[in-house]
Design a protein around this ligand. Structure first.
Ligand SMILES: [Zn+2]
Ligand SMILES: [Zn+2]
Length: 305
């Protein structure tokens, strides 16, 4: 129950941030402007002390700026940390269709006995575990295969592989800017789900949450890279409810061969201990003769059994 409450709280915090207020109480638009201003001034060769002076920041904002320190660097030429109304619109659509699906499920739920209540709790936990596993498989696939020439997923492959070069860039992104590309997958999936009106409410609850974790995981990923995450996020990371800095930090060393799951990281120990991804890599190699980037970085990995 404590776990569920924490997840609910996290969603509320993220929703609050989407509506324009950061967890430090600084409006997010102001935080983004601060970052952009500092990046521009840095490019013009202005020193950090001078930047802080010119921006007339509050104590809280100085802390925010100093901990970022470095300017974002992009793997894709058309990428940017500027949040746009289009990105906000996609995010609002995503949460709108999620809300619709959850309302459809709730209207058919029968929570009149303990067995049903326990079943729904199991559905929520199951969606989180399968969600974590799925983020791992997706992350592994785009880290290891594909390039800008890959159809549909080319830009995603470059973005994930580029993230290894400049992992701090993600911390400059607002919620909408960080996750809007994932909405291209989640919105159609949620719309398809809502079209099937006769689905069992448990199945609808499971898929509504599961599809949401695809998107939320990228925001948790961002928090795991922040030098100083917001307090509530830090607590959730420390309690192991969401992806921790330490867990994801283990992924960020060459050859980037492990710790791929980014929702909670709960599946990482089992997947890494069983060499799950090495097995997948060998199957793909047998079928296509494509070698993963991890093998290219460390030859010994192709012999792991
Ligand atoms: Zn990676
Ligand atoms: Zn990362």
């Amino acid at each position: 129950m404590k776990c569920m409450l924490c997840w609910l709280l996290t969603l509320i915090c993220i929703a609050a941030e989407t509506m324009g207020y950061g967890l430090h109480g600084i409006p997010i638009a102001r935080r983004i402007n601060t970052r952009l201003m500092s990046v521009e001034m840095k490019q013009e060769g202005v020193s950090r002390d001078e930047i802080l002076n010119q921006m007339q920041l509050s104590k809280e904002e100085i802390k925010e700026y100093v901990r970022k320190g470095t300017a974002p660097e992009f793997a894709l030429p058309d990428d940017s940390t500027i949040e746009t109304p289009y990105q906000r619109g996609l995010l609002a659509t995503h949460f709108g269709v999620t809300f619709l699906n959850l309302m459809m499920a709730i209207s058919c739920m029968h929570l009149d006995n303990i067995n049903n209540i326990l079943s729904y709790i199991a559905v929520i936990i199951g969606s989180i575990i399968l969600g974590d596993f799925s983020t791992g498989v997706f992350h592994w696939s785009v880290d290891n295969y594909g390039s800008i020439k890959t159809p549909i997923f080319g830009s995603v492959c470059v973005a994930f592989q580029g993230h290894h070069e400049s992992p701090w860039t993600i911390t400059f992104r607002s919620f909408a800017n960080n996750v809007y590309k994932i909405c291209y997958g989640t919105i159609p999936a949620l719309i398809i789900l809502s079209v099937f009106t006769n689905i069992d409410p448990m199945v609808r609850t499971f898929f509504s949450l599961y599809i949401n974790w695809w998107l939320i995981s990228q925001e948790f990923h961002k928090y795991s890279h922040m030098r100083k995450a917001p307090k509530i996020i830090k607590y959730l990371q420390d309690w192991g409810i969401i992806l921790s800095k330490k867990e994801h930090g283990l992924h960020h060393t060459s050859p980037f061969e492990a710790h791929y799951c980014i929702l909670t990281g709960i599946c990482n120990p089992l997947l890494d201990r069983t060499n799950f991804f090495r097995y997948l890599e060998r199957i793909i190699y047998k079928l296509t003769k494509n070698t993963p980037n991890t093998w290219n970085a460390d030859n010994d990995l192709q012999n792991v059994y």
